[in-house]
Every structure is written in structure tokens, then in C-alpha cells.
Design a protein. Structure first.
Length: 381
């Protein structure tokens, strides 16, 4: 038995050696890939300044989440698609999902783009979290995979109208608006609110999103004797409006900006003293509770925040990423988990809370009345 056992062992030796060699040459299993979060943002065109600011906020949120261990122990990987136009936004989001394997898409910057972008994610049954595009209609389509963490146009219009009624009673009101998805929705809600209050609007003028000469609309407002102008504007429209007022040597008693362009610091810098005192309805611009985020922004990007959009994007993105981490990187559970989230107003760094209604709108997001002073957007006194 001893000899037989020894022979067996000797004959088995080459096989054992070959097996050990193969085992030693076997490649170790690849580590799990970091979770990919797709970003659908305008990185070129008129809205690129908003898209860039949203991206900075999302990057800061990813930094904060990665500092605490990332998602399921892995760092967050961001993949950005330039959604510059409606015609290609759906395909861009489709590529994020099918090529980059994004299991979550964050959107921001432009309501016109958000419609097809969120529709593409809905078709793929991938969560789409809209951070700041405000058009009411986005959440009126019955989508199951769409939530919006930022404010909507109804909130913007409500505060704009209440501000005019409280601060400028009896004045002749003019409404000037970009007919894009956000501006058009703000205008519709403003007109409805004034009608409900039985307050007439002296003149309402819409203009196409690509119109850059507003001399004629401004002339009409001037001839109508308008004293307070509500302007729902995109990023470029603000400069065109103020240039037209200057060319006509006309200035209403007050201008109340209700669109994304009025909260941009670059517009304040370009217009200088002419912009001072302009009232703005927008999401909060870095209140004291966001000081640490403002400092992180300055450290990472070498300048101060350029608009409230970065902070709005930060709180929404961080909420989505931390909730995804709590679900163990199971994006299929993300929407349900977010819908169950209950954070009181003031619980987030910009003053937002979280409570989603059946449509997917965060009812505890908010806008505030602010004013430009010394190139800084501050709470209106």
C-alpha cells in the first residue's frame, strides 16, 4: 500500500504542478466598476453658462459623497452629455444609458432640453432627477422615473405676483417673456395669478427664444406707460433688454426678473450700475448655511459661485447620491426611497426641504425675493 500510494503520488505530481501553475497564472477578478451617474447638461450654446454652473454643483456633491466612502464603497464616476438642443437631447441621454451604462441621470439647465432628456430616461426605465429646470409641465406627464428636486415655474410666478401686489400696488404692470418652456410657463402662471387677483396687466409681450433685439418690445412697454416690468428671461435676454432700455432712454420704476438670466453674476458684471437694485425671484443664492459649500466652490474652481444654480444642483445631486448609497447602489429602488424622504424646510443647505408629491415635484423647494447689490445677489430688504 505504501508503494502504491507513493506511485500514485508521484504520477499525480505533474498534474498537481500543472494545476498549481495554472492557478498561480490565473488573473484575479476585476474590482467592481464605480457607479456611473449620467449628467444631461447644456455645455454649449446660450444655456452653457447655466449648464456649467450646474456641473460645478454636481461635482461638489460627488466630492462630498466620495469623501464619506462613495456609493457602496466605490467612488462616483460622472459622465457628461452635452444636451445643447432638443433634437439631440434624447439620443444623448440614450447614449449615457446604453454606452456609458449610467444607472441614474441628473438633468439641469434648460426646461426645453429637460422634456426630451427625461423622456429618454423614462423609456429606458432609468431614474432621471431634474435639479433645476422649472417648467411645470415636466412633472405633469405621469412619468414613473422622474423627480424634480428644485422649484417649478408656479412657485416663481406666485412669488413674483405677490411681490408686485405688495410692493407696487396700483402701478401699471408689463410682462415681457421668452416663449421658451420656462419663460412661457412663468408667463402663463403670472397672467393667471394676476387675473385671480383681479389686477390688470397693461401689456404682455412674448418673443422667440432666439430673438436678441428687444428694442421694439421695450418701445411698446414705454409707450404703454408701464411702471413695473416682470421679465421672464433666459441667460442672454437680460443684456438685450437692458441695452434696449438704455437705447430708448427709458427706465421703469422697477424690474422684477423671473428667469434664469437674472440670477447670473456675469450679467450683473456686464451691466454694472444699471443692474443695481434689480429684483430677482430665484432659488436662494448661498445663504449662511451654505458657507462651507461656497468655500469648497472657490477652492475647487478658483472663483466664487456664479448663480444659485450650482447650489440648487448641489443639494439635489447630493440627496440623490446619498440616497443611492443607502440603497446599496440599487438604482431600481432609488425613486421609491426618494419619494419616502421627509426633510423639513430648512433641512438642506440652501433652505430647501424634501417632500415629493404624486407628480414628482419637491413641494419643499422654494424661491426667494433677492436683489443685486455691489455685484452680489442678496435677500431683498
Amino acid at each position: 500500500m505504501t508503494k502504491l500510494s507513493r506511485r500514485l503520488l508521484l504520477s499525480a505530481g505533474p498534474c498537481l504542478a500543472g494545476g498549481l501553475a495554472r492557478a498561480s497564472n490565473a488573473k484575479p477578478p476585476k474590482p467592481a466598476a464605480p457607479p456611473v451617474v449620467g449628467l444631461a447638461l447644456p455645455r454649449s450654446g446660450d444655456f452653457s453658462v447655466i449648464g456649467d454652473e450646474c456641473l460645478r454643483g454636481i461635482q461638489l456633491a460627488a466630492d462630498a459623497v466620495n469623501l464619506t466612502g462613495g456609493i457602496a464603497g466605490k467612488p462616483v464616476a460622472l459622465s457628461v452629455a452635452d444636451t445643447v438642443a432638443q433634437a439631440q437631447a434624447g439620443a444623448a441621454v440614450g447614449a449615457l444609458i446604453s454606452v456609458q451604462h449610467a444607472a441614474l441621470v441628473l438633468g439641469g439647465g434648460n426646461s426645453d432640453i429637460a422634456y426630451p432628456a427625461s423622456a429618454a430616461a423614462e423609456l429606458a426605465q432609468v431614474p432621471f432627477i431634474e435639479l433645476n429646470a422649472p417648467a411645470d409641465g415636466l412633472t405633469a406627464r405621469g412619468f414613473k422615473f422622474l423627480l424634480r428636486t428644485g422649484p417649478d415655474t408656479g412657485m416663481i410666478a406666485a412669488l413674483a405676483v405677490s411681490t408686485v401686489l405688495a410692493r407696487f400696488p396700483g402701478r401699471k404692470i408689463g410682462l415681457l417673456f421668452n416663449t421658451g418652456a420656462s419663460g412661457g410657463a412663468i408667463a402663463a402662471a403670472v397672467l393667471k395669478a394676476f387675473a385671480a387677483a383681479k389686477v390688470p396687466v397693461q401689456l404682455a409681450i412674448g418673443y422667440a427664444a432666439d430673438v436678441m433685439d428687444l428694442h421694439d418690445p421695450v418701445g411698446r412697454l414705454q409707450r404703454a406707460g408701464v411702471q413695473v416690468v416682470l421679465h421672464a428671461a433666459g441667460p442672454s435676454d437680460v443684456l438685450a433688454y437692458f441695452q434696449a432700455m438704455q437705447a430708448r432712454s427709458w427706465q421703469p420704476q422697477a424690474v422684477l426678473g423671473c428667469g434664469a438670466g437674472y440670477a447670473l453674476r456675469e450679467n450683473a458684471v456686464a451691466l454694472g450700475a444699471a443692474f443695481a437694485g434689480t429684483l430677482v425671484v430665484a432659488a436662494p443664492f448661498y445663504p449662511p448655511g451654505a458657507d462651507a459649500i461656497a468655500q469648497a466652490y472657490a477652492t475647487r474652481f478658483g472663483m466664487g459661485p456664479q448663480s444659485p444654480d450650482s447650489l440648487t444642483a448641489y443639494v439635489g445631486a447630493k440627496l440623490a447620491l446619498t440616497t443611492l448609497n443607502a440603497q446599496g447602489d440599487a438604482s431600481g429602488k432609488l425613486i421609491d426611497a426618494l419619494r419616502k424622504t421627509d426633510i423639513p424646510i430648512g433641512g438642506l443647505e440652501n433652505g430647501f426641504g424634501i417632500a415629493f408629491d404624486l407628480s414628482g415635484q419637491n413641494t419643499r423647494s422654494l424661491v426667494t425675493l433677492q436683489q443685486w447689490r455691489n455685484l452680489t445677489l442678496i435677500p431683498a430688504g
